[in-house]
Design a protein around this ligand. Structure first.
Ligand SMILES: [Zn+2]
Length: 250
């Protein structure tokens, strides 16, 4: 197996290789109920990426590289004032992404897939800007948690630190989950009907929405459910990586 993850790779592993595409896992640093760590979105985006890149190695001779996970996400009020929570503004995220794209471009790697693990991150307009600044560079973003429908895998739909995220982290990092500490993740929808219906959008004030910072019930989570879902997601992501790396787009 080729080494491809920045967490273990050395220059010796890479010096005679040419990489076809790069993966940038992007998470956040934010509270996840009482039972999951602040870096949950980072671990999940990274670990799913590792599985997907490994599958690409098994299915093709395309060489992928997994870059360091970015732990800086965009946060709502009601979360960002809590200790350890780090809000990152659009301009900062765009500057980080731009410098990474410039580095890859300089190294001759021209395809990047951002594997996003945090619902509030939104890279689309940055990617539109970068498509003009780097016309020979191709950037794709995939929200890993939306790649496969949760229906059939979980009893309750996850929004934040619920059954899906908890189950998948129990699969990848069982030592980091203490389900006995979990709050119920009960949340209060907007009183305004039009905001509930999605006619208008505004970020939720997290403190008014949830007591334990969770949105979604984690109590039915299991590592088995997490593994099944993660396998389905990494299958699909592997297919995406292959198509993007080959440039099979239009
Ligand atoms: Zn999360």
């Amino acid at each position: 197996m080729d080494k491809f993850d920045i967490q273990s790779v050395s220059y010796n592993d890479t010096k005679d290789k040419k990489f076809d595409y790069a993966i940038l896992p992007w998470g956040a640093t934010e509270p996840h109920n009482y039972h999951l760590p602040f870096l949950t979105d980072c671990y999940l985006a990274h670990d799913i990426s590792v599985d997907a890149v490994r599958k690409v190695y098994e299915r093709s001779d395309l060489k992928g590289m997994i870059l360091p996970t970015i732990p800086l996400g965009t946060q709502n009020t009601g979360q960002r004032e809590l200790p350890f929570c780090l809000h990152t503004r659009y301009e900062t995220q765009k500057a980080i992404l731009t410098d990474i794209v410039a580095s890859l471009d300089y190294q001759g790697v021209h395809a990047l897939i951002i594997v996003n693990g945090h619902g509030a991150n939104n890279f689309r307009n940055m990617i539109r800007d970068l498509a003009v600044d780097f016309p020979n560079f191709f950037i794709v973003v995939a929200d890993w948690f939306k790649v496969v429908s949760q229906t059939g895998y979980f009893e309750e739909t996850d929004d934040h630190a619920g059954e899906m995220e908890t189950s998948v982290l129990m699969h990848y990092r069982p030592d980091l989950v203490d389900l006995s500490m979990a709050g119920d993740g009960t949340y209060k929808p907007f009183k305004a009907q039009t905001l509930r219906e999605g006619i208008g959008w505004t970020p939720r004030n997290w403190a008014k929405v949830s007591e334990d910072t969770g949105v979604g019930n984690p109590h039915k989570s299991t590592a088995e459910k997490g593994k099944k879902f993660a396998d389905a997601v990494s299958d699909k992501l592997a297919q995406l990586f292959i198509e993007v790396a080959k440039g099979d787009i239009y």
